[in-house]
Design a protein around this ligand. Structure first.
Ligand code: CU
Length: 435
């Protein structure tokens, strides 16, 4: 590069930096929430939490990287968090949550309730208003609270048919997409020795192209997601909360895991010991939650990731192609992004050598079409005929599909076309991208 062109390049980079700083200074910067610390003050069986909904500048990748303006929850007097501040209490705790809406639009709040048998209605908080939530936590489980300007739940939005209009506009998919936080109710006396991972997905172009998305775990996309470390023989207990409008196929490399619960924003089903499914992939519908447990018995570097190709690929489209050139080059080197967690297991192997006379297990590969939604075209999965699980086989890998004005045609075409090419690419990707 000659001097003149190099000088112009520097001016271009400087102008991008100025634009980014101007955005950042307008709103508080969101912190990625690793969900290790519960919000509020728990005293004599009562939890008091004060929350606020604010506009924030969010860096889903590195802190100096590209940013998005989104709405987020903040604990009063603290920076906004993505996902929102964690509400975590033992069963039977009296909960008092106050939420102030500093946003310019009214918001429906869901999920801040007792989780008894009654199906609660969302609570509308007008712009500039404050609302109080007062209840006793009744049922242990893995839940979340959320806010949207539409009365529809995250689950309902995710299951919209491909022919449905979107009268709620773009906001619930992009600027409101990060308005969700964990709400965990522990059994009395249970030690919270688990980790909580919340999935959210910022999507632009749902109505007007171009389609862009940034899918994250605890507010960060790979390779900026948290790196986890275990010793062989440890027990890892994780809760996965899908507070996004998409399906996800959560796959663990190298190990089976036990699914100990499967639920939603309103209900949780805790499996009894004789029902617990042993799987390597757990499908989560939009808005679903799950708890899982596994024991690493071999050292190495492993992954938990969404098996849907679009959700573990580097998202290029959400930033202009010519911005942050160094950043783009750096991340393209591994080609992965989005919903990936890296896990390092150390210590001696405790894996038993495979028995030479072990009987081969026969698995069925199921390829079937589900009713298409606006966001998912089809699903397919593996089924073990000997499994005790009564749950029907769900997708283990679903190629992503971009919604938008052309989505009706796109989804239908995906439904009819052969899966062979896409599936082969997906499997090859999986093989070559292991750490
Ligand atoms: Cu996914």
């Amino acid at each position: 590069m000659d001097r003149c062109r190099f000088a112009l390049f520097l001016i271009f980079v400087a102008s991008l930096a100025c634009a980014s700083d101007a955005t950042a200074s307008a709103h508080p910067i969101a912190q990625a929430n690793d969900n290790r610390l519960a919000a509020g003050e728990l005293k004599r069986g009562t939890l008091a939490v004060q929350l606020e909904m604010v506009e924030t500048t969010w860096y889903p990748e590195q802190e100096s990287g590209p940013s998005l303006s989104v709405y987020a929850f903040a604990e009063k007097g603290k920076p906004p968090q993505i996902p929102g501040p964690l509400v975590r209490i033992p069963q039977g705790t009296e909960v008092r949550v106050q939420i102030h809406n500093s946003l310019p639009v009214a918001m429906f709040i869901r999920g801040l309730d007792s989780h008894d048998d009654a199906r609660p209605e969302p609570v509308l908080i007008a712009a500039g208003a404050t609302a109080d939530f007062h209840f006793t936590a009744q049922s242990p489980g893995t839940y979340y609270y959320s806010a949207r300007s539409t009365k529809m739940s995250i689950h309902e939005i995710g299951l919209l048919s491909i022919i449905e209009d979107l009268p709620m506009g773009d906001a619930p998919f992009d600027i409101e997409s990060e308005l969700a936080g964990g709400f965990i109710v522990d059994r009395p006396g249970a030690a919270p020795d688990d980790r909580i991972f919340i999935i959210t997905n910022w999507i632009a172009g749902v109505i007007t192209p171009p389609f862009r998305e940034e899918v994250v775990i605890n507010g960060k996309a790979w390779p900026y997601t948290e790196r986890l470390s275990y010793r062989t023989g440890d027990t890892a207990r994780w809760r996965l909360l899908n507070a996004s409008i998409n399906d996800h196929a959560m796959h663990l490399h190298g190990f089976f895991f036990e699914v100990t619960s499967l639920g939603s924003q309103d209900r949780d089903h805790l499996y009894s010991p004789d029902q617990i499914p042993h799987v390597v992939t757990q499908h989560l519908d939009p808005g679903e939650t799950t708890s899982m447990m596994w024991t690493p018995d071999r050292p190495g570097r492993w992954l938990l990731h969404c098996h849907m190709a679009a959700h573990m690929a580097k998202q290029e489209a959400w930033q202009p192609a010519d911005s942050h050139p160094a950043h783009a080059t750096e991340h393209n080197s591994d080609g992965m992004g989005g919903m990936v967690l890296g896990i390092t297991v150390s210590g001696p192997s405790r894996s038993a050598a495979p028995a030479s006379g072990a009987k081969a297990r026969q698995l069925q590969l199921i390829v079937r079409e589900n009713p298409a939604t606006r966001f998912v075209a089809r699903s397919y999965g593996l089924r073990d005929p000997g499994s005790r699980s009564k749950r029907k086989p769900r997708s283990s890998s679903v190629p992503g599909c971009a919604p938008g004005p052309d989505s009706r045609r796109a989804h239908r075409n995906h439904g009819r076309q052969s899966t062979e090419g896409t599936d082969r690419r997906s499997l090859a990707w999986h093989r070559t991208r292991e750490l």
